[in-house]
Design a protein around this ligand. Structure first.
Ligand SMILES: [Zn+2]
Length: 297
């Protein structure tokens, strides 16, 4: 079990999303016209910040097109929106529109979560402007949380794509070890937990077992859930698992995996603390780092 207060970067959103009110057009109009309504700004998928820790909150621009607006939720009772700016020219100081992956570790936890929420929704909007059923342009309703097709009346909802990310564990003569792998495209020496998309018609456990079979040739004996993390590139949900496997004999999938390696606890500790002689781990804001840490603890 994760600690009771365990919260990953991009989780722990402090807003009240008011999901049951967003379909009420009168209610949405009141949130738009509210004197205390504010908006966080995005341009090219980048949020506008006030400083390293906080997203900028600006008054809603008058006459903003509904297509580019998203209701995020109530913040201390006041409506908070997001606005997606389009075009090549930054609608403000370009250096304050930050790349979220680089900025996330410095943002206050709730701020990273709000940025992830808006970024995923805007990416979904950008990729789903046309009806997947009939191909006609669709339009945004429910304050940005749904799209409808005026031509065939199909309704389209934001996507969340589940990804299992698992730390395979095996207990042998020298104690329990965890399996990490690396892809050829990664920075030299970087090792992480294995991961893959859950396929349609598959449980999390089955997705985990299939990925370990495909990527490492391992048989999964048992799967245990640890925690999950929203990952807004563009809209993944990383589901962190521990997988007990039957053997430590691995066969790396030559296409995806360059190297697989078992790490004993002392080696894994050195990895997280950045003092391993030749290998490194993902940073603390990645769930892979937290899975290794949880296993060590
Ligand atoms: Zn349609």
């Amino acid at each position: 079990m994760p600690p009771a207060r365990f919260t990953h970067t991009f989780a722990g959103n402090p807003l009240d999303r008011m999901g049951d009110s967003r379909a009420d057009a009168d209610w949405v109009a009141r949130q738009l016209g509210h004197p205390a309504a504010r908006a966080v700004s995005f341009w090219k998928g980048r949020p506008l910040v006030d400083g390293p820790e906080r997203l900028a909150r600006l008054p809603l621009p008058p006459g903003a097109a509904p297509e580019r607006l998203l209701f995020l939720g109530l913040e201390d009772g006041d409506p908070l929106w997001a606005i997606d700016h389009e075009g090549d020219d930054a609608p403000g100081p370009v250096e304050r529109f930050v790349e979220l992956r680089a900025a996330a570790p410095g943002l206050a936890p709730g701020e990273a979560a709000i940025a992830a929420q808006a970024r995923s929704l805007f990416e979904w909007r950008r990729r789903h402007r046309f009806c997947a059923n009939c191909g006609q342009p669709s339009r945004s309703i429910d304050a940005g949380w749904k799209r409808v097709c005026p031509s065939c009346a199909a309704e389209h909802f934001p996507r969340t794509d589940p990804v299992v990310i698992m730390l395979a564990l095996h207990a042998g003569a020298e104690g329990e070890r965890c399996l990490l792998g690396r892809q050829a495209a990664w920075p030299a020496g970087l090792f992480s937990a294995l991961a893959g998309f859950v396929e349609p018609g598959e449980s999390l456990e089955e997705g985990c077992a299939r990925e370990l079979k495909e990527e490492a040739g391992l048989e999964t004996v048992a799967v245990r859930y640890h925690s999950s993390q929203p990952w807004p590139w563009p809209s993944q949900l990383m589901i962190g698992l521990f997988a007990e496997v039957a053997s430590d004999e691995v066969e790396p999938d030559a296409v995806e995996i360059e190297e697989l390696r078992w790490f004993a606890r002392d080696e894994a500790r050195a990895l997280l603390e950045g003092r391993h002689p030749e290998a490194s781990a993902p940073p603390p804001f990645a769930i892979a780092h937290q899975l290794i840490r949880a296993w060590l603890e």
